[in-house]
Write a protein that binds this ligand. Structure first.
Ligand code: SF4
Length: 154
């Protein structure tokens, strides 16, 4: 199985701790974080993705805004430079342990934060990064997150 993700959600996943726009949004996000932690592939998409899905019934979902597409462009550039592989719609990738740790380090240092400028969640994401990603639900085998994702870990 494959999870469809827009580029800036590659960053948002790092600091996802179960908080979000609505109970339906976080319930869906929890499932996605667990599936990714269990090793499912990512398909990079342009525009709304599997994380956005619960929002798309809203009258004017922000997922469709040009500002969010710009967030995708900025995140794609940063993550592509960091991982040394293209992050464009249609690309498949799997984030393994080493990738997660590189992305976390780059996120904490600000190296991949261009997409975060102006985001309403920026303060929370800074706190999670500052805590060493405590409580992050997209987690690695070294973090003993099996209670969150019993199906597996990356
Ligand atoms: S600040 Fe916003 S764009 Fe950046 S990781 Fe957090 S939620 Fe995602």
């Amino acid at each position: 199985m494959t999870i469809r993700l827009r580029a800036h959600h590659l960053l948002c996943l790092l600091t996802y701790v179960g908080k979000g726009y609505s109970p339906a949004f976080t319930a869906n996000y929890d499932v996605i974080a667990g599936r990714l932690a269990a090793g499912e592939d990512i398909l990079v998409v342009g525009g709304p993705d599997d994380i956005c899905a619960p929002m798309l019934g809203d009258a004017e979902p922000h997922c469709l805004c040009e500002s969010v597409r710009e967030r995708d462009r900025l995140a794609a550039d940063d993550v592509a430079a960091l991982l040394g592989r293209p992050i464009t719609p249609g690309v498949s990738l799997k984030l393994r342990n080493a990738d997660l740790h590189r992305m976390r380090a780059a996120f904490s240092s600000g190296q991949v934060r261009a997409a975060c400028v102006g985001c309403e969640w920026n303060t929370l994401c800074n706190e999670i990064a500052g805590s060493g990603y405590r409580g992050a639900r997209f987690c690695s085998v070294a973090e003993n997150c099996g209670d969150l994702h019993p199906a597996g870990k990356i």
